[in-house]
Design a protein around this ligand. Structure first.
Ligand SMILES: C[S@@+](CC[C@H](N)C(=O)[O-])C[C@H]1O[C@@H](n2cnc3c(N)ncnc32)[C@H](O)[C@@H]1O
Length: 237
């Protein structure tokens, strides 16, 4: 049975409890250069709202009992993953390279929603995933992360003037990112769905094309509250 509007409101209440328990000062220091706590204060409502919208959209693409792998999962993914676990009868594996962020979000979950079976794991998503298979991959603003791939990020967002492009650095980062995309793609079931930002779609289209597989891309895109990249859904066939 599909969740009712009241079910979604209940999930929103749980998300708000987790957010109320989070240490926004420390999360602010991790995410932003300055005024982090205030910036989170301004964005929190939007994170809940847009996360809820994404979760409702995701419900159309995934089935109960399935498992999502969320790579680079942070604050923005929290409302979606809570909805998956509480409402959609799904499991979520959340991986992020930043250990401190994982600790802070796990503490908030433990205080605000101990009933939710959700835990952030610090580490490379491919290792965190182990030999599990997934029917859904969540990958939002990962391949555009300026800390890990400054050149790819500069190119993807149009920040890097062609005259300044270090081609060797670009090729090395692209190979590294391709390797990650390949590793994540290999963990997916045949008919899996990928939630990703517009700037990252091509990493997955490239892999599907190499296998002669088709991908249907959703027309509608939703902004994310933190990075601001528009996010949509890819359905593998
Ligand atoms: C720009 S942040 C985006 C965070 C969040 N998805 C959002 O949209 O607000 C990129 C995140 O991807 C994570 N990341 C990059 N490569 C990863 C990998 N191989 N495994 C797990 N996390 C990864 C980084 O640690 C970082 O937290």
């Amino acid at each position: 049975m599909s969740p009712t509007p009241n079910d979604w409101l209940d999930v929103e209440k749980v998300v708000k409890k987790v957010f109320a328990a989070a240490d926004w000062q420390k999360l602010g220091e991790l995410y932003f250069h300055e005024d982090g706590e205030q910036l989170w204060q301004d964005r929190r409502k939007l994170v809940v709202e847009l996360g809820g919208q994404l979760a409702r959209r995701l419900e159309r693409f995934v089935k109960p009992e399935g498992t999502s792998l969320w790579v680079g999962a942070g604050v923005a993914e929290l409302p979606i993953m809570i909805a998956e676990v509480l409402l959609l009868q799904r499991s979520a594996v959340a991986a992020n390279l930043r250990e401190e962020e994982c600790d802070l979000l796990n503490e908030a979950l433990a205080k605000g929603a101990p009933q939710v079976a959700l835990h952030y794991e610090a580490g490379d998503a491919r290792e965190v995933a182990g030999d599990q298979a997934f029917d859904h991959l969540g990958c939002i603003s990962v391949f555009t992360d300026p800390d890990i791939w400054p050149t790819l990020s500069g190119v993807a967002y149009g920040r890097l003037p062609p005259v300044q492009l270090d081609l060797e650095q670009f090729a090395a980062e692209r190979e590294d990112a391709r390797e990650l995309a390949r590793g994540l793609y290999q963990l997916l079931d045949r008919d899996a769905c990928i939630t990703t930002s517009a700037e990252e779609v091509s990493w997955f289209l490239d892999l599907a094309a190499a296998e002669g597989r088709e991908i249907d891309a959703s027309d509608e895109l939703i902004e994310t509250a933190v990075v601001g990249d528009p996010v949509g859904f890819l359905q593998l066939r």
